[in-house]
Design a protein around this ligand. Sequence first.
Ligand code: M6R
Length: 369
Amino acid sequence: EKGGFATFMDKEIHDQPKAVADTLLGRTDDAGRLRLDEVHVDEAVLRQVDKIIVVACGTAAYAGQVARYAIEHWCRIPVEVELAHEFRYRDPIVDARTLVVAVSQSGETMDTLMAVRHAKEQGATVLAIVNTHGSTIPREADAVLYTHAGPEIAVASTKAFLAQITAAYLLGLYLAQLRGTKFTDEITDVLDDLRGIPEKIQRVIDGAGRVREIAGWMADTSSVLFLGRHVGYPVAMEGALKLKELAYIHAEGFAAGELKHGPIALIEPGQPVFIIVPSPRGRDSLHSKVISNIQEIRARGARTLVIAEEGDDDVLPFADEVFRVPQTPVLLAPLVSVVPLQIFACELATARGLDVDQPRNLAKSVTVE
Ligand code: M6R
């Protein structure tokens, strides 16, 4: 059942191109317009939504954080992302014009379920993005958009994460289409770009020899830091979470811009730091700012492990290692840039002789608060 792989996690990493492709499948009509038939929410209600709150935990919350950049850009609706277990305790401002999106692989996470119940009590419309059919969260939500990642067995989430981002993007595009935002003309292009993602993920997996090798040498590492900006920031957080969960190594993800506000004090000679470099074709000179960050930490002795697009040679002078990902539109980049980080954590845990599929102290679905 592991399909020839040593662990479920390795198999599920390899399932990712299919998870994204299947999540996209059958969600447009012949004219290329999005059709989310399962979302039985009155279109008039969706047109009036004036705020979206994503509630989720762990990796699913990072998928929400990624989606926030895209949904705000496409729909011009404010999006908040809240850890489900914090949501109801802050007396959130929720009403009939709030769309609460609950993201969960298992559909059974108690913290997320309680947030769903709270949101409904406050009169919000609740839409669930869930992988497991027949689970509790979609039963209690007003609507569900299923991710089609297939069963995820390994405790550490991989393919569900990519499928969650994909589904949340479909939701964002659907809302943009429905509300006729300025962005409407570009929806078909984004859908085409999304359809190109599975092949790009495959290329990252096929080209991951070096990241596997490096991870194999790092079994004795005691701390790894991850830096990213914009959509690369939640990717950095996810990379750190994977490493904590699987390899029991201290890991932290930061927004690269935050470095000089504190975290740079952690840099000492030999400290490994992953940096997720935004596309040089992106907006707002983020690329050059992150290159400067790499330069700053390298000058203090950090060992820089850089994830950068193919053809981005600006990183070369400051990178100890470069892991390449295919050129990808900025908002879709997390779907490829997280993959080397998943593989890194999986390999490093293996090198430490740990149980990759069933890390200590963790359960696949957390059904207690
Ligand atoms: O089943 P869910 O998506 O609701 O689970 C949420 C988190 O518990 C989950 O993503 C957890 O963080 C994973 N172990 C991450 O790899």
